[in-house]
Ligand binder design. Structure first.
Ligand code: FCB
Length: 422
């Protein structure tokens, strides 16, 4: 059975948000992290108030010409106490899905987007195999609540980014820096994906299942330096390719410099997906050895002279094609599950969208089918490491009133969507 692309909606054009970044008032591990003073940016607080405004947001997305809307559900709201589910929280998401359906917009539900209930790390942490069943049980509840109204699930957002930032360099909760924990965490995340996929298949056999993998271009900082080249290749293999291989062969094996080897095997991985999602933003230049750190430096550099985004990322649409080619090794239909930029002035956003679309079309002309594009993001929102500084929205959000105002690039996004949807 081919579940994806959908016969009645062969291409998806939409926007993406995640629960914690927009909802506000969500008590979870990230809130505790903020209270402990471990965030770089300000606390998320009310975020942009989407918990009360999701229907409005759905209408704003409709006005931007989307036929798909990616959002995530908050595990901490739905399972505030281990094993006890909050029906009112589930109901709230069901209402959003109903609104999207009424607007003829495909809901795309992400089950895990970085945050956890406060009890999670203390009882069934990702270092323990018990995490797998916990996530599967949560998934079952969500899928039961949505029934047939949701036909596309993304199980995990950026599992490798989460494993590295949460367990290798302690940038996000649970804030662990222990190389030895990365291998079991990656294993349990991928096992949790498989268990969640099996639960979805059982409850909604026709549902489509995807994953969102962050892919980053890596280039040598110095063209003729062999070490820079070697480290860039290693970074590509570990960061981009390892997950592509994991979902293709069921095995992964990569190195986190200087000497953390991460490998494992889950035979259920191939066959667990109907689509492969790619989150693409930028390119890092690599220098080895680093100026201070022995291993190497990873930096965003303005190589094209076009300037960096507000949060300092290089704009490099040309790199999306090779990464899509890499992702196509899975032999799965591809969807861009996130792509966007921080641009408060909105001077660059329209050309960013257009230039990425041109590169996607170029990839398609080379035989790589891309069935969807989801822009990050619909609205300005809370950014994990930087608070409310970076403005990723097609719609600007006033920090005081939380009023949403269309930025001029909404029009360009709409036009691009018309072209993409044909
Ligand atoms: C991605 C995350 C998303 C958002 C963007 C800017 O890596 O998935 O939540 O923070 O970056």
């Amino acid at each position: 059975m081919t579940r994806f692309p959908f016969a009645d909606r062969p291409r998806l054009w939409g926007t993406a948000v995640s629960h914690y970044q927009v909802e506000g008032g969500d008590l979870c591990d990230w809130t505790e992290w903020e209270r402990a003073g471990r965030t770089h940016g300000e606390p998320c607080g009310d975020a942009v108030g989407s918990w009360q405004r999701y229907e409005l947001d759905a209408h704003l997305a409709a006005a931007a010409g989307v036929n798909a809307f990616r959002f995530s559900v908050s595990w901490s709201r739905i399972e505030p106490v281990a094993g006890r589910y909050d029906d009112a929280a589930l109901e709230r998401y069901v209402r959003l899905v109903d609104e999207l359906r009424a607007l003829n917009i495909e809901p795309i539900v992400t089950l895990f987007h970085f945050t956890h209930p406060v009890w999670f790390h203390g009882t069934t942490p990702w270092t323990s195999p018990a995490s797998v069943d916990r996530f599967a049980a949560f998934t079952r509840r969500v899928v039961e609540a949505f029934g047939e109204s949701v036909r596309l699930y993304i199980t995990l957002n950026e599992p490798l980014v989460f494993a590295l930032a949460g367990f290798f360099d302690a940038q996000i909760p649970p804030g662990i820096a222990d190389g030895a924990s990365v291998a079991p965490v990656v294993d349990h995340l991928l096992a949790a994906h498989c268990a969640a996929a099996a639960a979805i298949r059982e409850l909604q056999p026709s549902a489509t299942i995807g994953i969102a993998h962050n892919m980053m271009a890596f280039a040598p900082e110095r063209r003729w330096n062999l070490l820079d080249h070697a480290l860039a290749r290693l970074a590509h293999r570990s960061y981009n390719r390892a997950m592509v291989e994991a979902f293709t062969t069921g095995r992964w094996d990569f190195l986190l410099p200087p000497r953390t080897r991460v490998r494992g095997r889950r035979d259920g991985l191939p066959g667990s997906l109907d689509l492969f999602g790619v989150n693409f933003y930028s390119r890092l230049h690599v220098r080895c050895p680093g100026r201070q750190r022995m291993i190497g430096d990873f930096a965003y550099l303005d190589m094209t002279g076009e300037g960096l985004t507000d949060n300092g990322w290089e704009i490099i649409p040309e790199e999306i094609g090779p990464l899509l080619k890499e992702a196509s090794r899975t032999n799965l239909p591809l969807v861009i599950t996130e792509n966007g930029l921080a641009d408060a002035s909105d001077r660059v956003r329209a050309s960013f969208i257009e230039s990425h679309l041109v590169e996607i079309e170029r990839a398609e002309s080379l035989g790589i089918a891309v069935h969807g594009y989801l822009h990050w993001s619909l609205l300005d929102n809370y950014e994990w490491l930087d608070g409310f500084g970076p403005r990723f929205g097609l719609y600007e959000v006033d920090r005081k009133t939380l009023a949403r105002t269309a930025r001029p690039s909404v029009e360009a996004f709409r036009r691009a969507g018309r072209r993409f949807l044909g």
